[in-house]
Design a protein around this ligand. Sequence first.
Ligand code: ADP
Ligand code: MG
Length: 397
Amino acid sequence: MNIHEYQAKELFQKFGVATSPGKVARTPEEAEAIARELGEKDIVVKAQIHAGGRGKGTFKNGFKGGVHLVKSAAEAKEVAGKMLGQTLVTHQTGPEGKVVNQVLVGKSVDIAKEYYFAILLDRGTSAPVVIASTEGGVEIEAVAEKTPEKILREPVHPLLGLQPFQARELATQLGLGGALLRPASELFLALYRLFAACDCSIVEINPLVLTPDKQVLALDAKFNFDDNALYRHKEIVALRDITEEDPREVEASKSGLNYIGLDGDIACLVNGAGLAMATMDIIQYAGGRPANFLDVGGGASKEQVTAAFKIILADPQVRGILVNIFGGIMDCNVIATGIVAAARETELKIPLVVRLEGNNVAAGKKTLAESGLALTAADDLDDAARKVVAAIGAAAA
Ligand code: ADP
Ligand code: MG
């Protein structure tokens, strides 16, 4: 789960991370009022979307930039008016862009230098790692490619956390020594406390800045939280903005399904994450392209199977469906009953290939056979993938 920058700023406050003040506005008038509260003069108006690259983005109405420095409350109102309700396209949103429903109105600060600072999980060591660089405010991927020596990596012990000596060493290596050592290392330690306490998988500050009057501040914030830990963070779940998420995934999460939308045309409905991954691979291997990852879990109910079918069919790109079930805990007949109910309810018109195996498979196959549905039965994974790829080919011809 991701959150907006203005929400991240509230967490900064709670954990003592130095940042510049700011508040969220949903109308141009609110933006004006906040700018006035902040003293009018040095104000920044920032589009709030779950994507980076806003500064260099362009609105579909032609307005350039999702981050604007302004000099008066009237100007803040005007800029907010050009952003709110408009679609911002950045290199991270894809060409369709994202609608801006709110803006952050903050205090703009003078910047002497921009840095990059992030904490994430390193799969290689199964532990957190701090990534930092003197090359901030630009795309870190480009820095990593062109000048990898400018990227610092500091592994963190998962039980001990980031140690003060590590924070000081990072600050020193970034050139933030002397009088800056304390504010910089304190900011790093505060960010680590936030990262650990909130079960984040990514905290990315780009840029972290040094001001001419020697303050070290976090000016941007991209957070990602581990979905598996959200059950113990009700206050973070409350920050969720579903208008920023793939509507198919929102629908799936309501029914407790693990769904990830992809851009192919063969939908799959599978039980078990490993089998779902294998199913996507084998569709690809047979010459097709999967439309999604969908794991209905080990003990899905008839209602969940029906919900899964509806989500699959709501995707206009889908031209065929492959159901691949290995009934270990799952009763094949529950799946079969769910498929029949969903196919009837949705008046299924596209090819459906079903591979059922395992617990109570005979009853499941009987339910499908007696349903009168025009589905194709498959014997194994290979056979199923070939049949669904052939079926959508035939349907298109
Ligand atoms: P994004 O990464 O989505 O483009 P940022 O928050 O990093 O958004 O803003 C882009 C740039 O705008 C920053 O690199 C920084 O130079 C400038 N900027 C952002 N916030 C402020 C601020 N409060 N004061 C001054 N400049 C800012
Ligand atoms: Mg940024």
